[in-house]
Design a protein around this ligand. Structure first.
Ligand code: DQA
Length: 144
Protein backbone atom coordinates (compact mmCIF):
# COMPACT_ATOMS: atom_id res chain seq x y z
CA UNK A 1 0.00 0.00 0.00
CA UNK A 2 1.43 3.37 -0.99
CA UNK A 3 0.09 6.78 0.03
CA UNK A 4 0.96 10.10 -1.63
CA UNK A 5 1.16 12.96 0.88
CA UNK A 6 1.00 16.34 -0.83
CA UNK A 7 1.75 19.70 0.74
CA UNK A 8 0.94 23.01 -0.90
CA UNK A 9 2.35 26.53 -0.85
CA UNK A 10 4.23 27.98 2.12
CA UNK A 11 4.25 24.71 4.02
CA UNK A 12 8.00 24.58 3.31
CA UNK A 13 8.21 27.46 5.79
CA UNK A 14 6.71 25.53 8.70
CA UNK A 15 8.71 26.04 11.88
CA UNK A 16 9.09 29.77 11.32
CA UNK A 17 5.84 30.63 9.51
CA UNK A 18 3.24 32.15 11.87
CA UNK A 19 4.17 29.77 14.72
CA UNK A 20 1.21 31.07 16.73
CA UNK A 21 -1.03 29.45 14.08
CA UNK A 22 1.06 26.56 12.73
CA UNK A 23 3.46 25.74 15.59
CA UNK A 24 7.24 25.28 15.58
CA UNK A 25 7.52 21.88 13.89
CA UNK A 26 9.23 21.94 10.49
CA UNK A 27 7.99 20.12 7.41
CA UNK A 28 11.03 17.80 7.58
CA UNK A 29 10.07 16.87 11.14
CA UNK A 30 6.50 16.22 9.98
CA UNK A 31 7.83 14.02 7.19
CA UNK A 32 9.83 12.02 9.78
CA UNK A 33 6.64 11.62 11.86
CA UNK A 34 4.88 10.32 8.74
CA UNK A 35 7.70 7.89 7.94
CA UNK A 36 7.54 6.52 11.50
CA UNK A 37 3.76 6.05 11.34
CA UNK A 38 4.00 4.46 7.88
CA UNK A 39 6.65 2.01 9.12
CA UNK A 40 4.49 1.15 12.13
CA UNK A 41 1.51 0.41 9.85
CA UNK A 42 3.57 -1.32 7.15
CA UNK A 43 2.72 1.12 4.36
CA UNK A 44 4.87 3.25 2.08
CA UNK A 45 4.56 7.00 1.65
CA UNK A 46 5.69 9.50 -0.95
CA UNK A 47 5.89 12.92 0.80
CA UNK A 48 6.07 16.04 -1.37
CA UNK A 49 5.72 19.83 -1.18
CA UNK A 50 5.38 22.49 -3.85
CA UNK A 51 4.51 26.16 -3.97
CA UNK A 52 3.16 25.67 -7.50
CA UNK A 53 -0.40 24.64 -8.28
CA UNK A 54 0.62 22.88 -11.51
CA UNK A 55 3.13 20.66 -9.69
CA UNK A 56 0.37 19.48 -7.38
CA UNK A 57 -1.94 18.82 -10.37
CA UNK A 58 0.86 16.90 -12.16
CA UNK A 59 1.62 14.76 -9.08
CA UNK A 60 -2.08 13.95 -8.59
CA UNK A 61 -2.38 12.92 -12.25
CA UNK A 62 0.77 10.79 -12.05
CA UNK A 63 -0.64 8.94 -9.04
CA UNK A 64 -3.36 7.30 -11.12
CA UNK A 65 -2.80 3.56 -11.16
CA UNK A 66 0.40 3.96 -9.10
CA UNK A 67 -0.75 4.92 -5.61
CA UNK A 68 -3.57 3.77 -3.36
CA UNK A 69 -4.54 7.01 -1.64
CA UNK A 70 -3.75 10.71 -1.46
CA UNK A 71 -3.49 12.83 1.68
CA UNK A 72 -3.43 16.49 0.73
CA UNK A 73 -2.79 19.67 2.64
CA UNK A 74 -3.32 21.96 -0.32
CA UNK A 75 -2.73 24.99 1.95
CA UNK A 76 -4.07 28.19 0.33
CA UNK A 77 -5.00 26.30 -2.87
CA UNK A 78 -7.63 24.47 -0.77
CA UNK A 79 -9.75 27.60 -0.97
CA UNK A 80 -9.15 28.56 -4.60
CA UNK A 81 -8.17 25.65 -6.82
CA UNK A 82 -10.76 24.11 -9.09
CA UNK A 83 -7.76 22.64 -10.97
CA UNK A 84 -6.70 20.59 -7.94
CA UNK A 85 -10.31 19.53 -7.31
CA UNK A 86 -10.68 18.43 -10.94
CA UNK A 87 -7.39 16.49 -10.78
CA UNK A 88 -8.50 14.71 -7.59
CA UNK A 89 -11.87 13.84 -9.15
CA UNK A 90 -10.16 12.60 -12.34
CA UNK A 91 -7.83 10.04 -10.81
CA UNK A 92 -10.45 8.19 -8.73
CA UNK A 93 -8.03 7.63 -5.84
CA UNK A 94 -9.36 8.00 -2.28
CA UNK A 95 -8.35 11.38 -0.91
CA UNK A 96 -8.18 12.76 2.63
CA UNK A 97 -8.11 16.53 3.19
CA UNK A 98 -5.66 17.62 5.88
CA UNK A 99 -4.89 20.92 7.61
CA UNK A 100 -2.77 21.86 10.60
CA UNK A 101 -5.20 24.55 11.72
CA UNK A 102 -8.98 24.29 11.99
CA UNK A 103 -10.05 26.12 8.84
CA UNK A 104 -13.69 26.08 10.01
CA UNK A 105 -12.73 28.39 12.91
CA UNK A 106 -10.68 30.92 10.95
CA UNK A 107 -11.44 33.68 8.40
CA UNK A 108 -14.52 33.20 6.23
CA UNK A 109 -12.43 32.73 3.07
CA UNK A 110 -10.78 29.67 4.63
CA UNK A 111 -14.14 28.04 5.36
CA UNK A 112 -14.56 27.29 1.64
CA UNK A 113 -12.77 24.12 0.55
CA UNK A 114 -12.71 22.78 -3.00
CA UNK A 115 -10.62 19.80 -1.86
CA UNK A 116 -13.43 18.72 0.47
CA UNK A 117 -15.59 17.90 -2.56
CA UNK A 118 -13.17 15.13 -3.57
CA UNK A 119 -12.35 13.82 -0.08
CA UNK A 120 -13.66 10.92 1.99
CA UNK A 121 -12.65 12.69 5.23
CA UNK A 122 -11.14 15.89 6.64
CA UNK A 123 -8.64 16.12 9.48
CA UNK A 124 -7.91 19.63 10.77
CA UNK A 125 -6.94 21.47 13.91
CA UNK A 126 -4.52 18.85 15.29
CA UNK A 127 -1.31 20.56 14.16
CA UNK A 128 1.50 18.21 13.06
CA UNK A 129 -0.18 15.25 14.84
CA UNK A 130 -2.85 15.43 12.15
CA UNK A 131 -0.39 13.92 9.66
CA UNK A 132 0.06 10.53 11.39
CA UNK A 133 -3.65 10.63 12.24
CA UNK A 134 -4.40 11.07 8.53
CA UNK A 135 -2.21 8.08 7.64
CA UNK A 136 -4.07 5.92 10.18
CA UNK A 137 -7.46 7.09 8.90
CA UNK A 138 -6.44 6.45 5.30
CA UNK A 139 -5.17 2.93 6.04
CA UNK A 140 -8.41 2.19 7.90
CA UNK A 141 -10.44 3.55 4.98
CA UNK A 142 -8.53 1.37 2.50
CA UNK A 143 -8.91 -1.69 4.75
CA UNK A 144 -12.65 -1.15 5.18
C1 DQA B 1 -3.54 25.31 6.06
C2 DQA B 1 -4.72 26.27 6.17
C3 DQA B 1 -4.82 27.15 4.95
O1 DQA B 1 -5.93 28.04 5.07
C4 DQA B 1 -3.57 27.98 4.78
O2 DQA B 1 -3.63 28.73 3.59
C5 DQA B 1 -2.32 27.17 4.84
C6 DQA B 1 -2.24 26.06 5.78
C7 DQA B 1 -3.32 24.48 7.34
O3 DQA B 1 -2.64 23.47 7.26
O4 DQA B 1 -3.84 24.86 8.41
O5 DQA B 1 -1.34 27.47 4.19
O6 DQA B 1 -3.80 24.41 5.00
Amino acid sequence: MKILILNGPNLNLLGTRQPEVYGHTTLSEIEAMCQAKAAELGVAIDFRQSNHEGDLVDWIQEAKGQLDAIIINAAAYTHTSVAILDALLSVEIPCLELHLSDISQREDFRKVSFVEKASFAQIMGHGPDGYPMAIEATVQHLAG
